[in-house]
Design a protein around this ligand. Sequence first.
Ligand SMILES: C[S@@+](CC[C@H](N)C(=O)[O-])C[C@H]1O[C@@H](n2cnc3c(N)ncnc32)[C@H](O)[C@@H]1O
Length: 194
Amino acid sequence: MENERESWNRRYRGGSHGSLEPDPFLLLAYENYVQPLFSRPGTALDVAGGLGRHAIWLARRNWRVTLMDVSEVGLAKAREGAGRVADQIEFVRADMKEFNAGRRRYDLVLVFFYLERKIFPELMKALRPGGVLIYKTYTREQRKFKGGPSHPLHLLKENELLKAFSRLRVLYYSETIRDRGVAEFVGRKFGAAP
Ligand SMILES: C[S@@+](CC[C@H](N)C(=O)[O-])C[C@H]1O[C@@H](n2cnc3c(N)ncnc32)[C@H](O)[C@@H]1O
């Protein structure tokens, strides 16, 4: 059976997910929560960041970003797409299923359209006190609509992010039920301001 790495390498070679346009939710979260909280750009981790549309957007705003993804083809394209800001991005090929935060801490952790429940505690750990988690992915509601994953493993349950990250101060939470089923979450780790 083709594994995730091969399958995403094949998709990226075929030109899939080619746009470097950031998700509108990153823009909303950045404007309403990140900018007011951070007087200057800091460090960010983009989990399963693919072609780097968010890592590049942040790097252009002077953030230092670690972009992790299982696909080396995606990462190579991300480096190419980053152009002059490539040296502000650390490109790391990693299987996020095995993610261990170790001692690294980030001001910002982003997860867009990737779900691996067993790493939720490591994502919490990876946040510095005062750090912000921005998470957006599909919910079970998406099964009513076209596109997106269909397996429950890849779909959030109702309120799941709220429960999983209940130790964060929730700054924003929403679930859509029309046209598309996605959950959007912004939470801040308690503790000293960054
Ligand atoms: C739907 S794409 C989302 C990419 C990016 N977050 C975005 O929103 O543009 C899912 C990404 O997850 C990555 N991925 C899938 N399984 C992975 C794993 N086990 N470890 C790391 N990355 C993985 C894929 O390579 C792909 O880039």
